[in-house]
Design a protein around this ligand. Structure first.
Ligand code: SAM
Length: 275
């Protein structure tokens, strides 16, 4: 009989958010692979669960992978947890799940708390489609390129951010996505001092830039950039005509105006063909 890896979501701040299934799985598993065993032992103690813990984090070496996969092959049941929320989502776990999938080891995922999903449901924007970036790159150039992709995506995007970088990130959002883009900043979700600030990027920036010290964990939802929705046909036609007058080829003009106004290239090209 093969073993099983259970991916177990744990609370992101409010212990009441643990699920019954998570508790049962943690009780029944042969061992718990945890991002930080000191952190997880507190959670297990709170629920009076005594279990063997093994550390498993983003720097875990091949020996640790071998140990866990070996135990699974022998039929053991391993529960994988991170410090908070859903493992794998900006947290360790992907490599282990991949190995299990490759080796035909059973994997199950127990849904539960996830900061990104909680923020999406709270933001008040149309998130029938959204993208998730996790933590933006710390290098300024790469970060701005990522924000450019977010601006041009035409749908809200979820970003994880630390308190010491939140103001800088909001400034970058103003610069790259525009001051008027909708932003929802969710701080300390599910905790006693939960705070949700909604407004334009500039309004949200002003709230946090004015604070002496910004504390707590953040999720930002950046709305679809205004110009993606608002570039009118007249605007596109005008920009295309100006580009052609400057000597651009039709293909270059369509690509340039698409990037300039943040509209899909096939739209500018179609309008160009009808000119
Ligand atoms: N796997 C986790 C999940 O399912 O949400 C995310 C782990 S990631 C290492 C940690 C980041 O998630 C934090 O830096 C913060 O951006 C976000 N986060 C986690 N808990 C949060 C909370 N209670 N309130 C706001 N953001 C939170």
């Amino acid at each position: 009989m093969g073993g099983k890896l259970s991916i177990v979501a744990t609370p992101i701040g409010n212990l009441g958010d643990i699920t019954l299934r998570a508790l049962k799985t943690l009780e029944q598993a042969d061992l718990v692979a945890a991002e930080d065993t000191r952190h997880t032992v507190k959670l297990l103690n709170h629920f009076e669960i005594k279990k063997k813990l093994v550390s498993f984090h983003e720097y875990s070496n091949e020996a640790r992978y071998g140990e866990l996969v070996g135990a699974l092959r022998e039929g053991k049941h391993i529960a994988l947890v991170s410090d908070a929320g859903t493992p794998v989502i900006s947290d360790p776990g992907y490599g282990l799940v991949k190995r299990c999938v490759e080796e035909g080891i059973e994997v199950e995922s127990l849904p539960g708390a996830c900061a990104a999903v909680t923020a999406v449901t709270l933001c008040g924007m149309d998130c029938s489609r959204f993208s998730f970036y996790g933590f933006l790159n710390t290098k300024s150039g790469v970060r701005k390129k990522e924000l450019g992709e977010i601006r041009d995506a035409g749908k809200p995007c979820v970003i994880y951010e630390s308190p010491n970088r939140i103001v800088k990130t909001l400034k970058d959002i103003c610069e790259v996505c525009g001051k008027d883009v909708r932003v929802c900043a969710c701080r300390e979700l599910t905790k006693v001092y939960e705070e949700v600030v909604r407004g334009t990027a500039k309004e949200v920036l002003d709230v946090f830039a004015d604070r002496e010290a910004v504390k707590g964990e953040f999720v930002l939802v950046v709305g679809a950039a205004r110009h993606v929705r608002e570039a009118s046909e007249e605007e596109i036609v005008r920009a295309l005509q100006e580009s052609l007058a400057r000597g651009m080829t039709k293909k270059d003009a369509a690509a340039y105006v698409a990037a300039l106004l943040g509209v899909p290239k096939n739209r500018t090209y179609q309008i160009l063909l009808d000119l």
